[in-house]
Ligand binder design. Structure first.
Ligand code: CA
Length: 225
């Protein structure tokens, strides 16, 4: 899942970015409202974390402008002000949730999972395809009951595939949702990651779940590709 974080306080931004990255999220960071707007218009994000008090444009203005352009990714505001009026203005502008600083990364991650969950057709926190199970809270993957060890990036890739299952996803969509803006999409990294994931998810002797769909990309599903 790819997240845009807009926060002008460098220390806070770095702390949040590190916490999200450790959980396998791909994170782009904007330092002001204009940059946030530009990034949100030029990339596809699964969720936006926006500081309210930022130079150039505040977070509330950014959300208003994005919603007007039909960019509907869920938004969580981060703000130093525990002000009811600000909260109401933010929610009315189209935000989904609110966190008052200082907040713990653990709480931020839980709120983020909650807004991302609301985007899915099913609100379940455990997604199953065949005998493969993915727990989105504990980040555990099991096949036929046996635990599979995944790196945060592998988990993120599997989460993206399973969230779209049985539909195939293109390599471009994978790059957009699993990697951040510093990723060089010319590289063969997606293929390499799919190969590593296959080795873990589809060991020899099991029914393959990760399929290559010619001319499209990859799909995670039971049965024929
Ligand atoms: Ca600020």
């Amino acid at each position: 899942m790819r997240i845009l974080l807009a926060e002008d306080e460098r220390k806070v931004a770095e702390h949040v970015r590190a916490g999200l990255t450790a959980e396998g999220y791909a994170v782009d960071v904007a330092g002001d409202g204009d940059e946030a707007l530009w990034l949100a218009e030029s990339n596809t994000y699964d969720a936006l974390l926006l500081d309210i008090g930022m130079p150039h444009k505040d977070g509330i203005t950014v959300v208003r402008l994005l919603r007007r352009k039909n960019i509907l990714a869920p938004v969580i505001f981060l703000t130093a002000r525990d002000d009811i009026e600000d909260k109401v203005r933010g929610l009315d502008a189209g935000a989904d949730d609110y966190l008052t600083k200082p907040f713990s990364i653990v709480e931020l991650l839980a709120r983020l999972r909650a807004v991302l969950r609301r985007q899915r057709p099913s609100a379940a926190t455990v997604i199953k395809v065949g005998d493969l199970e993915l727990d989105l809270v504990s980040h555990e993957a099991r096949r036929n009951g046996a635990q599979i060890e995944l790196t945060p990036r592998e988990f993120s890739l599997l989460e993206f595939l399973i969230s779209n299952s049985p539909k195939p996803v293109s390599k471009t969509a994978i790059v957009e949702h699993v990697w951040d803006q510093h990723f060089d999409s010319e590289t063969n990294v997606v293929n390499v990651y799919i190969k590593m994931l296959r080795r873990k998810i589809d060991p020899p002797g099991s029914e393959p779940l990760i399929h290559t769909v010619r001319g499209v990309g990859f799909a995670l599903r039971e049965g024929q590709p």
